[in-house]
Every structure is written in C-alpha cells, then in structure tokens.
Design a protein around this ligand. Structure first.
Ligand code: SAH
Length: 504
C-alpha cells in the first residue's frame, strides 16, 4: 500500500463534490443508478505506463498498477502519482475492466465536477462548429458531439440528432458522474431530450446491477419512433433507441459526400448499407440506380424511407432497391448472375475485435475485396472502408491492393481517406476508420494474373467468415499494429476496446 500522496494540495484540489445523480426527469433509469462516489484512490504505476500517461495517453491497464491505496468502485476517481509523488493524472476507475483507469485530466490536477465537464463539452462543441456553418443545401444538425478519449471524455460518446442527444457509455464508471455531466450538457448543448445507450457489456449488466436500460430517456419527452436530422442537407431518420451504435454512422459523413461526387449516371451497389447513408448521397449525386444490401431488414426499411424522403434531390428516373441478405453470399450470386455495377461501396462491420482475430480479419478483407471487384465493371469505382481499429491503415490498403492483384484487376487510387471532422483523433488508437477510393481496371487474362502473383482461376475463398452484425460493440477495440512496433505496455488493452478507438 502506498502512503497518501506527498502533495496534499493535489488531493485537496481533486475533492470535487459528488451529489447523488440528479437532473433526470420521470424517474429515469439513471436516477436509480448508484450514488455518486466521493472516493479517490491513489495509484502508482509501472515506469512505462508512467511515460505513456505523461505523453498524454488516456488508458491505464490493470497490469501496470504497482501500488494502490485501496480497493475501488466503478466511478471512483483514481489519482495517478509518479515515483516522486507528483500528480500525473486523474481518471475514472473501473474495477471490472482490464482497462482500469480512463484518464480525464493529465498533468495538472483539477476538480472533476460540473464546471469541469462543461469546459470539456464546450471544447468538443467548438471543434464541431464548422459543421454548423456549412453552405446552404448542406445544413447539418446530426453529428458526433463527443468522441470519447479523442475529446478528453474517455468511454463516453454523445451524438446529436437535431434536438435529441444520445449519450452512450462504455463503462459503469460514468454512472456516478451523470449527475454532473447532464447539467453541464444542458448548458453547452440544450436539447429536447437525452437518450442513454449502453455499450454491449454494460447493457448486459445494466438492468440487474444498475437499474439502467439501454435506450432509456434520461431527460425530456419519451420517443415514439425514429428521430429526423440533417446531414449535409439530406434528411435521415435514426432509431436512437434500438438502432446500431447510437442510430447512425456519422463517421462516414465525408466519405458519403465524396461518393456523391462520383455517382452521376452510375449503377451503384452499396454493400453493408445499414440505413442507406451512402445510397442517398449517391442518389443526390445523380446515380441511375442504387442497390442497398445489408443483413438487417429493419435497417433496410429505414434505408428505403431515407431514400424516399430525399427523392426531390435525385434525377426523376433514379431507382432504389433493398436486399436483406448476407453480403458474401449475395456477391457470389451476383457474380454468377452477371449483373455489374459502376460504383461499389463496401463498408463492413469491424472484422477484428481482438488481436487474435486480425489474421482472419485480413483474410475477410481480402476475400471481400476480390468478391466486390468481381462485380465492378471495368472502368468503374470501388470504395472500400475498414473500421477495425486493430487493422492499421497501411495494412488495410496493402491488403486491398494484394487482393486486387489476385483478382486480376488493376486499381488506380483516387483517394485514401479517414474520419470526418466530428471524429477527431486525439491519440494513436483513436484512428480506426480508413477508406480507399479507387478506379478499377480491365479484367486481366489468366496469364497476366499469374504473372502478377494471382492464382489463375482461384475464386474467393470460403474460409473467412463474416462476423455477426455489429460485432464491434461487443468488446472495446484497440488498434493493432502490423509493423512490429507495439504500444507502450502500460497503454495497451488486452481484450477490450474502448469507445474512443472504435465506431462508438
Ligand atoms: N455503411 C453504413 C454503415 C455500415 S455498418 C452507413 O454508412 O451507415 C455495418 C453494417 O453491416 C450493419 O448495418 C450490419 O447490419 C451489416 N452487416 C453485418 N454483417 C453483414 C453481412 N454478413 N452481410 C450484410 N450485411 C452485414
């Protein structure tokens, strides 16, 4: 056990008041959550973790803790001191996660209270301000307001859907702090309602352990259906209570706008379409026809409604089909049936949740690339994305190029892109989204394919199974590296992947 920290002032300044959770109406779920913790834990950590934290890294893992003043509960504030007893950081403690502390504040001590939250939220809102000043026809009131670690609020995502805010938490450590976070949020971003979503692990325990239900309305009027919002001037609906993540994938906003520019006159296939984000932009860009394919029928019903509500923006003859099926199986059928597309968009769920799944994930990307290319007309365009935080950008782009060689198709890169402005990257693991835009060449003859290392006649392999829908919500992801360099030990999660490093 360690002695109380030498710098008593540090501790004193950290004594923010912790009133019980307040500010929720109608006996909301969070009001019955645990009372706010007043407690603090003093920690000393391994040298490499100390270095990582000093460098601004937001994660401290169980294995890096050398000394701890006492056992703690979820939501206690953990104060990390260096070997000389100087303040390093303060963060949220979670005894049930190997990611034991999520750092809120580095370097300089502070009271973690309503005012502190207000400051962080105001900074996050400021970062998004360009989205509020877009040109006429591009109005936007749907975006990610808080992107976890990358906005200094680890394990917390807040998405704005016009007048509805969706707050998603990935650790029970946030629960005792909602009483201060919510009033701060109301000041910075007044809204009609706040909906609570729980990361999957928390959703399983939420009801029994915390009296919390995924999708409960914390503040404001109950919801009787999807909410409407605008992204770049287009109107979408999102089911913020039952939908995947918080209801919509804002991280692809800029890539969707790029697709719009490429779509004129084209036959478009949107694979893993969810609620049709890319499809609607392709429509506005003048696509001739769009096929939205996803394994989720409810998501596709929403895609149909989203397509219809923006109809005024398309050419009169533009058509939209939806198809609820497995993308891999359907690609095989399309290939055999002979239908071809001029623009194919491929935005699958994260294939790698853990380091052990990376090899399999790369096989899946390889297979998916080959199968997608097989249905692109020569001269057409492929847009392929990865949101697997464990697969880094270089490895992903290399995999796509190798797959193209094997498929006997040349790829001419148009652009490599990443996150939209509302998904800032605040630390290395925060960069999870990568997307390649490429022009697809002629189909090579078997001899030419062989010369380029592809196996003539080798069709897509069946061994790489796509995971169940929405797998990146099961664990907290981290990005794995394939260049042999590893993250500092103290900063590397073992099994779980925090919100700030994934599609939250
Ligand atoms: N492109 C979407 C987001 C895609 S998220 C957008 O811009 O909004 C990944 C989607 O893949 C989810 O909608 C999920 O339902 C779907 N999915 C997962 N596995 C699938 C499979 N095997 N075949 C088809 N769709 C799948």
């Amino acid at each position: 056990m360690i002695k109380p920290p030498r710098t008593g002032a540090d501790h004193a300044r950290l004594q923010g008041s912790r009133p019980p959770v307040k500010g929720q109406s109608r006996g909301s779920a969070a009001a019955s959550g645990p009372a706010t913790s007043e407690k603090r834990i003093a920690l000393r950590v391994a040298p490499e973790a100390e270095r990582a934290i000093r460098g601004g890294h937001p994660w401290l893992f169980e294995g890096s803790i050398r000394e701890q003043s006492r056992e703690g509960e979820a939501g206690d504030l953990a104060v990390v001191f260096d070997r000389k007893g100087r303040f390093l950081a303060v963060g949220l403690y979670d005894p049930d996660s190997t990611l034991r502390v999520r750092v809120l504040q580095h370097g300089k001590s502070a009271s973690i209270d309503e005012q502190w939250f207000e400051g962080r939220l105001a900074e996050a809102a400021q970062r998004r301000s360009p989205l509020l000043a877009l040109a006429p026809g591009w109005e936007t009131n749907g975006y990610r307001l808080v992107h976890g670690e990358n906005d200094g609020l680890p394990g917390l995502v807040i998405d704005r859907y016009d007048r509805t805010l969706v707050l998603k938490i990935y650790t029970p450590a946030w629960l005792p702090h909602l009483g201060e976070l919510l009033p701060a949020l109301a000041k910075v971003q007044p809204a009609e309602r706040v909906v609570l979503r729980l990361g999957r692990a928390l959703a399983l325990r939420g009801k029994a352990e915390y009296g919390l239900e995924d999708g409960s309305v914390l503040q404001g009027a109950p919801l009787d259906g999807p909410v409407l919002f605008r992204e770049n001037g287009l109107t979408f609906e999102a089911d913020v209570v039952h939908g995947q993540k918080t209801g919509f994938f804002f991280d692809q906003r800029d890539n969707r706008a790029r697709v719009q520019k490429l779509a004129r006159g084209k036959a478009v296939l949107n694979l893993f379409a969810y609620t049709g984000g890319f499809s609607v932009y392709a429509g506005r860009g003048g696509a001739r026809s769009v096929l939205s394919l996803d394994s989720s029928q409810p998501a596709l019903e929403a895609a149909k409604r989203n397509w219809d509500r923006n109809r005024a923006d398309y050419s009169a003859r533009a058509s939209h089909e939806i198809l609820a099926t497995d993308a891999f199986e359907q690609l095989e059928r399309i290939e055999k049936g002979g239908r071809r597309f001029e623009l194919v968009i491929v935005d699958p769920p994260a294939f790698a949740q853990e380091q052990s799944q990376v090899v399999q994930a790369l096989k899946s990307y390889d297979r998916l690339t080959q199968m997608s290319l097989a249905v692109v007309k020569p001269g057409g365009t492929l847009v392929i994305a990865s949101c697997s935080s464990r697969v880094d950008a270089e490895t992903f782009f290399d995999t796509v190029h190798r797959a193209a060689i094997r498929a006997g198709r040349s790829l001419r890169e148009i652009e490599r892109t990443g996150h939209a402005l509302d998904h800032p990257i605040g630390f290395r693991e925060g960069a999870y989204l990568k997307c390649l835009f490429a022009q697809v060449g002629e189909i090579a003859t078997p001899a030419k394919r062989a010369r380029h290392g592809g196996k003539p006649g080798a069709g897509p392999r069946k061994d790489s199974k796509v995971p169940e829908r929405d797998p990146n919500d099961t664990k907290l992801p981290t990005r794995a590296r394939h260049d042999g360099k590893s993250a500092p030990r103290g900063s590397r999660p073992k099994k779980t992947i925090p919100a700030g490093s994934q599609r939250g």
